[in-house]
Structure formats: structure tokens, C-alpha cells
Design a binder for this molecule. Structure first.
Ligand code: SF4
Ligand code: SF4
Length: 745
């Protein structure tokens, strides 16, 4: 019996190691198919990031309980390697202990504590998985390969149970003999088995349990070796390079700026286009257009579904799930790789399924369900190679809100990949939602998405009781350039043309004037920052707009900019430096907060005649919060309004829920699922109602700091008006501040 166990354990070990090594070679081969990506700047900082993120589990701990449980499993996975070595020794000698550390009390305590903690942790994770069963789309595991996840969890459970059982048996066996141990050598396991088990029985049982432990461990390597797309297991190895090579050497998630457009892996700009090869592909049009880091991203997905759970498109029944997007691309990458690795003149001889996989378009109709429904293409519509990997409805549902990137524990860069696919669709295929035609036309011909005349850009300032200096204007208060003023006030297209956003622009102008901050605007010298064009994949229009703006800004001598639009702020701050223009860019809530702190603006409480004070809930704009980490200044400002009560929505800060306007979605029809703005507005209204606001007696306000959010939430409130929205207004933080400051005269 013992001999059979030894043979089985060693055989599984040899097969497991061999298959694992082969699979590592396969994965390296697939990742190597990707184009170049330079990710080795600031190596010391990258090592630091790696240690902090892995040992500290900083990204996992965004969900504290699951993160803590995973940390113990992660530690157990590494630390219990010593118990695996011990098990190999016990196959041949039941009294085997590790040389040097085997009888060390520190090792005994550490091994047993980690095994017990690992047991509790894995049971907790199993509990989390079980609790999500039956929730359908609401489960973050919906569409994941749950069978694989359960197998991994059962493996860990089996291993820690074997470790504890082996330690309990060793406690009795080693207590006899020439150098007897004590209970202190097995502090947390000596009591697990009834006393008095005979030596012969123990000497028989220990090699068998050791063999079981080895078989469970090495069978895991066999399974991994046979399944290179088993991300739930492979991430234990791929997460290390994926974190080290993350986009931002600072350790921040891949948010804020989009990477430059690439052709053949190399960044290109507008001026390079004529020099490109005729067959050069812009953006990502096939799986081999990904960089090697992109393919490593796809390989590293654990299928945990945190991104899916956070995605506003998924939450509103649209076909996009960032998890299924990544899984679909990963499966295609690994299925197509053998074709790519075969010399071109030998590809015709490859098997039919492989040729069909290779011929699949990366973006194309896949039956509607596609990567967003059950995770499987709809069998009624699937017709071989015509089925796309990513359905266009999936691709164009994204708001680029970044919630997926923020939530992902292994630093996958979803937004960059989604926009790269859009770039290829727009620039190479001319395929995009027809509703974007109006946006592109307005941007190309009038420099704004509203298709409005540039001559009316200053209409927002009409009838203001103070002058608004314009750079290059001929009025008494206008300025030649920005050398004599503190800030360029960037009004933005929404701030100039949208009636609700104009109120924000006027409020900021009045507050700056009141605080005696010198500023000037560009007037009709402004053109769109280019954000909607870039996020819609139209890099050419973005480059045209950005080139025009950078020339204007340089000519005006802009060094400090204040913007009310979170998208303009993000573009100037994070993307114009790619074009060689770096400026200090602040959001109006940051500047206004500073002015209040410095006493240059004084909020005043409502008096008896002003009506009741407002209860306010703050909506974090994605491009201000997640993309630029501005969370506190608007909250501090609202907190500084005397008499106002501020109530926090359940989804706030880094976990804030999108309004639905980003990623150029503002300009597209929302005809799939339910409306994102309605979902967010209902949460805001419910928050206010829970705080006793929204009635005639206690007015409620949804405050925000971005004109797009304001429009979306305003439309949401309009749709709800009457019950349950009641007396709720959507206002910019600046308007609320102005209302309070004006009370002081
Ligand atoms: S960026 Fe937002 S909308 Fe797009 S996939 Fe990620 S979570 Fe979903
Ligand atoms: S992409 Fe990241 S968050 Fe989403 S399932 Fe994969 S590992 Fe989890």
C-alpha cells in the first residue's frame, strides 16, 4: 500500500512539473506575440509597488473581508511549501522532519497558525462563492468558470486539512523515540486526534496522508499544465509580472490619460500618419495588435468579477461586462496563437477550427449575447468565422468610467484596451454608432460637440454685473495674454453652450471676481479639449483639436488653468503633456475650497427669510475622482456651507457610480438595458430621502462638479419628478457655494 502511494505521488509530481513547465513555455510564447510596450521605467519604484500590492494586498483590500481571507490563502500558498517538502520526506520515513528548522518552535507556530488561518480563509471564500449562487447577473461570478474556481478552493482546502492532520499525527509519533517532542512542538494540532493511536498505525498512516497531500498539490499543477487559460489558478504566477509592468510606475491604476495611439506597437501622432505603411493597423484590430503587456493582462484575469460588479453598463443590463470582455479576448488569444506561431506558408494545412478561429474578426456581431450575455455566443446566430470576438454593442457600451480598472486586483488596464479597439473601429473600419456622426461633425467643423457657432462662446457672460477679461479681446478689461493674471479660466464647450452648465460658469466667474482672483478666458479662442473624440476612438480629431488648443494656450502663455469640466481637466492635465504642453491644472472645486480656507470667500448660513437649509448628496464625477483622485475638496466645500447637511451615497469616492456620460456616451443613444443616469439618480434621491430631504420642507440637492454629470443627473431627476424625486435639484458645488456667499452681500 505504502509503495503504491509512493509511486502514485511521485508519478503525479513528475507529470505535474513537466506539464507546468510546458504550459509556462506556452504562456510565454503567447505573450511574446504582442507588440512592444516599454514598461521598465523607475524599476526601484516598480519593485516597491510589487511588494506593497502583493504582500500588502492593497488592491484586494478594497473589499476588506474577502481581501483579508485572500491574504491568508496567499500566505498559506507560499509558506506551506515547506510542509510539501516534509511530505516528500514522510513518504519514505514517517518520522522525517525538515533539517535545521523542523524542530524550531518558530517554524512550528508559523506553519500551524498559517494552516489554521488558511482553513478559515478558504472556507470564508467558499462561503462568498456559495452566497453569490442563484443571483444571476447580479453575481460577480456570473459568466466566470465557477467549476474551476471551486476546484482551486477544494485544492487549498484539501492541502490545509492534510497539513493539519499530518501535524497531529506527527505530534503523537514523534513524542516517542530517542528524542521525544512535546506539545509545544505542535502547539495548535496536538489535540486534534484521540490520544493513544499506536506507533504502527501512525507509521502506516503518515506516508499515506503525505501521499494524498502531494497528489492534491501536484494534480493542481497537472490541471494548470493542461489549461493555460485557467486564470483563477494561473494568476498566482502571472500577477507578479503583471503588477511589476503596470502602466503607471507610480503604482496608480491605469486611469487618467489614455496611452498614445499605436501602429505596429509604436506610438504615432497626426504628423506620422503619412509616413506609415499602407498596411499599418491603427489601434487594436486583431489579437496580435495587442502589446505583450496587453496579452499578459488577458492572461492574468482571475475571473473574480470585481470589475463586473462595479461596471455601470453591466449593472444596467447592457451586454458589456469588463470581465467577460477580458475573458473573451483571452480565450481568443490562446485559441489563435498556434495559427500565429505557424509559418504563413504552412497555415493552410492547419485544422479547420483553428483556421476559423484565426479568421474571426476581433469586433463583430456575435449574437447579441456574445461576451455580455452568458459568456457564450448565441448558438442560433453563430456562423463560424463571421462571429466576432467582441460584439459592437459590448464595445460601445463603455463609459470609460474606470470603475473596472480601480476594482481589478491584478491591475488589468481595461479602458486602454477598450479605447484601442474603438480606435481601430473608427480609424480603420469606419465602424461606429451612427449617433456619433453628429459629435464628429460638430467637433471637426465647429470645434464643439453641440455644433454651435464659435461666435456664441461668450454668451454665458452676458449681463454679468462685472467684467470677464478675454485674452486677445479689444475691451477695456481684456488682456493681451495671461502674463498679468493668476489663472486661465477654461470655460469648456458645455460651460459655454449648455444652459445648465452656463449657470456653473457664471457662478465660478462671480466667485473668482468676489475673491479678487485675477483670471481671463479665451472666449472664441477655445475649442473642444478633444476628450469625447479621443474616448470615442477618433484620435485624428482629438489630435487636430489638441494641436489647435496647445497652440492657442502656448500663445496666450497659459501656465495655470482652472476648469469646471472634469473631462477638460483630465485632458489638459494628463494628455496634453503627451503633446508637449504641461500646465498646472486645477478643478474649480479645488481652487474655491482654497479660497474659502483662506477666508477670501465666506459662506453664510441661511437666515429666516431664506427658506430651509438644503440637504446635499455629492456625486463624484468619474473623471474628477477615479481618474484624478480629487475626492476631498468638493466635500470640504460642501461641509463648509453653514446650515447644510451632507449625506453620502452608498457608492461614493473610488466606488462611485458613473452618470453614464463618459467615453462619449453622452452623444450616443442609450437603447440597451436601463439608463445609467436613472440608476444613479435613484440612489441619490433615496439617499436624500433617507436623510429626510426631498420634500417641500427640506429641499434636497444633488451636487456635482462636472457639466456632463449635471446634465445626466438633471435628466434623471426630471424623469423622476413627482414621486419619489420630490423637491430635489441638481446643482454644481460652485452654485451651492455662491448661494451661501451671496447671503453675505
Ligand atoms: S470603464 Fe466603466 S463602463 Fe467601461 S467597462 Fe469599465 S466599469 Fe464598465
Ligand atoms: S479583469 Fe480584474 S477584476 Fe475583472 S474579473 Fe479579471 S481579475 Fe477580476
Amino acid at each position: 500500500m505504502q509503495h503504491i502511494a509512493i509511486v502514485i505521488a511521485l508519478a503525479v509530481s513528475v507529470v505535474g512539473v513537466a506539464l507546468f513547465v510546458r504550459a509556462v513555455r506556452t504562456i510565454v510564447g503567447v505573450v511574446s506575440l504582442g507588440g512592444p510596450a516599454r514598461r521598465n521605467d523607475a524599476p526601484a519604484q516598480r519593485w516597491r509597488n510589487l511588494l506593497v500590492e502583493t504582500l500588502g494586498h492593497t488592491r484586494m483590500l478594497q473589499r476588506p473581508l474577502v481581501g483579508a481571507a485572500h491574504w491568508f490563502v496567499f500566505i498559506a500558498f507560499g509558506a506551506l511549501f515547506f510542509t510539501l517538502v516534509t511530505a516528500y520526506g514522510q513518504l519514505f520515513e514517517p518520522r522525517f522532519v525538515l533539517p535545521v528548522i523542523g524542530h524550531w518552535l518558530v517554524y512550528a507556530w508559523a506553519a500551524e497558525l498559517i494552516a489554521w488561518a488558511g482553513l478559515v480563509a478558504i472556507l470564508s471564500l467558499v462561503g462568498v462563492r456559495v452566497a453569490q449562487r442563484g443571483q444571476g447577473r447580479a453575481s460577480r461570478f456570473f459568466g466566470s468558470h465557477s467549476g474551476k474556481g471551486v476546484y482551486v478552493e477544494l485544492t487549498i482546502l484539501g492541502i490545509v486539512l492534510c497539513v493539519l492532520l499530518l501535524r497531529a499525527m506527527e505530534a503523537q509519533l514523534l513524542a516517542t523515540g530517542p528524542d521525544p517532542t512535546t506539545r509545544w512542538d505542535f502547539p495548535l494540532t496536538w489535540f486534534l486526534l484521540p490520544a493513544g493511536i499506536g506507533t504502527t498505525a501512525l507509521e502506516t498512516a503518515i506516508p499515506l496522508v503525505a501521499a494524498a497531500k502531494i497528489v492534491i498539490s501536484m494534480a493542481w499543477f497537472v490541471v494548470l499544465g493542461l489549461d493555460t487559460t485557467m486564470g483563477v489558478a494561473w494568476h498566482r504566477f502571472t500577477v507578479w509580472p503583471n503588477v511589476w509592468f503596470k502602466r503607471e510606475a507610480s503604482g496608480a491604476p491605469a486611469l487618467g490619460a489614455l496611452p498614445p495611439l499605436r501602429a505596429g506597437g509604436e506610438p504615432v501622432d497626426f504628423d506620422d500618419l503619412d509616413a506609415l505603411d499602407e498596411d499599418a493597423s491603427l489601434g487594436t484590430g486583431s489579437i496580435e495588435d495587442f502589446t505583450w503587456k496587453g496579452l499578459l493582462d488577458l492572461t492574468s484575469c482571475t475571473e473574480c468579477g470585481r470589475c463586473q460588479d462595479a461596471c455601470p453598463a453591466w449593472a444596467t443590463d447592457k451586454p458589456l461586462s469588463p470581465k467577460l470582455f477580458v475573458m473573451g479576448l483571452r480565450d481568443h488569444a490562446y485559441a489563435k496563437a498556434p495559427w500565429l506561431q505557424t509559418p504563413e506558408d504552412e497555415r493552410d494545412a492547419l485544422a479547420e477550427p483553428l483556421r476559423l478561429e484565426a479568421a474571426r474578426p476581433l469586433v463583430g456581431p456575435n449574437g447579441g449575447g456574445g461576451t455580455g450575455g452568458t459568456g457564450e455566443p448565441d448558438p442560433i446566430v453563430v456562423t463560424g468565422s463571421s462571429v466576432g470576438v467582441i460584439d459592437p454593442d459590448v464595445l460601445w457600451s463603455c463609459t470609460t468610467c474606470g470603475a473596472c480598472v480601480q476594482a481589478c486586483p491584478v491591475d488589468i488596464e481595461h479602458v486602454d484596451h477598450i479605447v484601442d479597439l474603438r480606435r481601430n473601429q473608427v480609424l480603420m473600419e469606419s465602424e461606429f454608432p451612427s449617433s456619433l456622426n453628429g459629435l464628429f461633425k460638430g467637433l471637426e467643423t465647429k470645434g464643439n460637440p453641440w455644433n454651435a457657432s464659435p461666435r456664441t462662446r461668450m454668451d454665458w457672460a452676458k449681463d454679468l454685473p462685472f467684467p470677464v477679461p478675454v485674452v486677445g479681446g479689444s475691451g477695456e478689461h481684456d488682456v493681451e495674454d495671461l502674463s498679468g493674471v493668476d489663472y486661465l479660466f477654461w470655460v469648456g464647450c458645455a460651460g459655454a453652450y449648455d444652459d445648465r452648465a452656463k449657470l456653473t460658469t457664471r457662478a465660478v466667474a462671480e466667485l473668482l471676481h468676489t475673491a479678487d482672483v485675477s483670471y481671463a478666458v479665451l472666449g472664441k479662442g477655445e475649442t473642444c479639449s478633444g476628450d469625447p473624440a479621443r474616448r470615442a476612438g477618433n484620435e485624428l480629431v482629438f489630435q487636430q483639436l489638441a494641436a489647435q488648443n496647445t497652440e492657442t494656450l502656448r500663445g496666450a502663455g497659459a501656465t495655470k488653468v482652472v476648469a469646471t469640466c472634469a473631462h477638460c481637466l483630465n485632458t489638459f492635465k494628463n494628455e496634453y503633456p503627451q503633446l508637449g504642453l504641461s500646465m498646472e491644472v486645477v478643478h474649480h472645486t479645488q481652487l474655491l475650497n482654497r479660497l474659502v480656507r483662506e477666508g477670501r470667500l465666506t459662506p453664510v448660513p441661511p437666515s429666516a427669510g431664506d427658506g430651509p437649509a438644503r440637504t446635499i448628496t455629492y456625486h463624484d464625477p468619474c473623471y474628477l475622482g477615479r481618474h484624478n483622485q480629487v475626492y476631498e475638496p468638493p466635500r470640504e466645500l460642501l461641509g463648509a456651507l453653514p446650515g447644510a447637511t451632507v449625506a453620502e451615497m452608498p457608492r461614493n469616492g473610488k466606488e462611485s457610480f458613473c452618470c453614464g456620460a463618459g467615453g462619449a456616451r453622452m452623444w450616443m443613444e442609450e437603447d440597451l438595458g436601463t439608463r445609467i443616469n436613472a440608476n444613479r439618480t435613484e440612489e441619490a434621491v433615496a439617499t436624500l430621502a433617507a436623510a429626510g430631504a426631498g420634500s417641500a420642507e427640506v429641499p434636497g440637492a444633488i451636487a456635482t462638479g462636472c457639466p456632463f454629470c449635471r446634465t445626466m443627473l438633471g435628466d434623471g431627476v426630471d424623469a423622476l419628478q413627482g414621486a419619489p424625486a420630490g423637491n430635489v435639484e441638481v446643482l454644481d458645488v460652485a452654485q451651492l457655494l455662491l448661494e451661501s456667499v451671496r447671503r453675505g452681500g
